[in-house]
Ligand binder design. Structure first.
Ligand code: ZN
Length: 549
């Protein structure tokens, strides 16, 4: 047909055209022979020129035309030019065919789909591949324990998460707990109380009580008269050297309600300078003689910074009821957090000494640790560097961190009045200057013992030694551990700080550094440094996205 049509075209001559006379003489049969001969000669040449080439495409042998492109070669080899899938960080399918397409190389060089295959015998094909969604690492503090009462161990620390930028799913990577001093499990319940002795130091009885305490590894607090202490510096020094505490009981057993504010301040100051000149220990506590105190005296004592310590059980041993009665009053007064009143001075105390000799081992056998009042109230560390805190009827043990944790807030290294410590697995931070550095407004009420902290979104009212925290008008939640006074710093749980500040935290276990990023700083970081997930798809490839991180 083709040949005939061509013949027809060449031989059909319009009648109106002028044709040279020689051409008219050619016969139709002659023309056919000429064309056939020509075709016979040209066809092998054309088929030789246009013959398909044999090509190895990704290990598959196939034939393609000389002008074929990489795309047609892939098609000839049965390789679809579609990509693998995009999968989330858990491997679930996110976008079919959104992954890497097959990539083709000729002589080791990458070829685009439209490139010609001419000049290559072998095309190497990297098959289509799935890709995992881009992820971003996020380090955060371990979540606060659930408030039902279960506190997981090692809760003070951080966890690193991988967060999928497409799926938003998070995958736990690693957990780094803040290292703490190892605590040997205690078989006995942790209970503590404080024995206190007034009116000394006294010639024989004080030394006998110190012997009993030292023999059993127990400690007590002695509220001494300044006038007597001045005459027995050796007893005062021994008392402190054994790990006991010295408190003030006025210079000469004065009834403070009969004294002016100035006289009270002067009396306590005289006692304090005398006692502090005898030992290196700071005096923190005082007990008014007769337990007599009124608002004026309380206010005057408050100005000296001394803490008033009364008692929870009175043995009335000064009436000399006999060792058995004193012993049973001590034992009956024992409870966690109890402060028991005895006397080592003011007269013969043989009954008290005999009672204490029996009571100290008996209390220890019941699981009580005998501490000084400052240790009991958390004003002073225990010998091993911790403190026992009583809050809402429960006992909490604070421990020093070893090594200590340093704090960096918004790239500034914080100078802390007390290093962070651990309270039942929670990291405790001193209020000042942590809240200041996080740019939070806070008010401490000395009367109500409350700390009110205002953050970007909420206000918390924390109460000293209480698990109850007000999170709004009429709303309360329970804290895992209470805010405490430790030495002279008010310490609050880290997670309460993080929550109210809306801060971000990161703990570097290698340098023992806790970094906190305040809410304001965090906003800036997000705006300047990070690309928000919403930017994905706005012409930014995920590789570029990751490369820019
Ligand atoms: Zn007294």
């Amino acid at each position: 047909m083709h040949t005939r049509a061509a013949l027809h075209r060449t031989t059909t001559i319009p009648a109106t055209s002028r044709v040279p006379p020689t051409r008219r003489r050619l016969r139709r049969s002659e023309v056919v022979v000429c064309v056939l001969l020509g075709a016979l000669l040209l066809l092998p040449l054309a088929s030789w020129v246009l013959r398909p080439v044999r090509l190895n495409v990704g290990g598959v042998s196939c034939r393609v035309g000389r002008k074929a492109t990489v795309a047609t070669a892939l098609s000839a080899a049965g390789i679809a030019p579609v990509g693998g899938d995009v999968r989330d960080l858990n491997g679930a399918l996110l976008h079919p065919n959104g992954g890497l397409p097959p990539r083709v190389f000729g002589d080791g060089r990458p070829l685009v789909l439209a490139a010609a295959v001419a000049g290559h015998d072998v095309l190497t094909v990297a098959p289509a591949a799935d890709v995992r969604e881009p992820v971003r690492e996020r380090t955060e503090l371990l979540p606060a324990p659930d408030l039902s009462g279960y506190v997981p161990p090692g809760v003070a620390g951080t966890q690193r998460l991988q967060v999928g930028l497409l799926s938003g799913k998070a995958l736990l990577d690693t957990v780094a707990a803040v290292p703490t001093v190892t605590a040997t499990p205690e078989a006995k319940p942790r209970r503590a109380l404080a024995l206190t002795f007034d009116d000394g130091p006294w010639p024989t009885s004080t030394g006998q009580i110190l012997d009993v305490l030292a023999q059993h590894g127990a400690h007590a607090t002695f509220f001494v008269l300044g006038s007597l202490a001045r005459g027995r510096p050796d007893v005062i020094r021994r008392t402190v050297a054994n790990g006991n505490e010295i408190g003030i009981h006025t210079w000469g057993h004065a009834n403070l309600t009969h004294l002016s504010s100035g006289a009270i301040i002067s009396d306590l100051g005289r006692c304090r300078s005398t006692l502090e000149s005898l030992t290196d220990e700071k005096v923190r506590v005082m007990r008014p003689p007769y337990g007599a105190i009124n608002a004026r005296a309380r206010s005057a004592i408050g100005q000296t910074g001394l803490r008033v310590v009364m008692w929870t059980a009175d043995t009335n041993d000064w009436r000399r009821p006999g060792a058995d009665v004193i012993y049973s009053r001590i034992m009956n007064g024992a409870s966690p957090g109890a402060i028991i009143l005895c006397h080592d001075g003011g007269g013969s105390r043989t009954g008290t000494v005999a009672a204490v000799r029996r009571a100290v081992p008996a209390l220890q056998a019941r699981g009580y640790e005998l501490l000084t009042v400052s240790q009991l109230l958390g004003l002073q560390p225990r010998p091993e560097g911790g403190a026992i805190i009583l809050a809402d009827g429960r006992t909490f043990t604070a421990k020093a961190l070893s090594p200590t944790v340093s704090l960096v807030i918004d790239s500034e290294r914080a100078t802390l009045p007390e290093p962070p410590l651990e309270l039942e697995g929670q990291l405790m931070l001193p209020v000042r200057p942590v809240l200041d550095s996080l740019r939070l407004k806070w008010v401490w009420s000395q009367q109500a013992h409350t700390l009110t902290v205002s953050g970007p979104f909420e206000q918390l009212v924390l109460r000293l030694n209480s698990l109850q925290v007000e999170t709004g008008p009429g709303l309360t939640e329970e804290l895992p551990v209470p805010p405490i006074l430790y030495r002279n710093a008010l310490m609050v749980p880290l997670w309460a700080v993080m929550r109210v500040a809306q801060a971000r935290g990161q703990y570097d276990a290698a340098t023992h550094t806790l970094r906190l990023v305040s809410f304001n700083q965090d906003l800036q970081t997000v705006a300047e440094g990070n690309v928000a997930p919403a930017e994905w798809g706005k012409g930014l490839k995920w590789q570029e996205y990751l490369g820019g991180q």
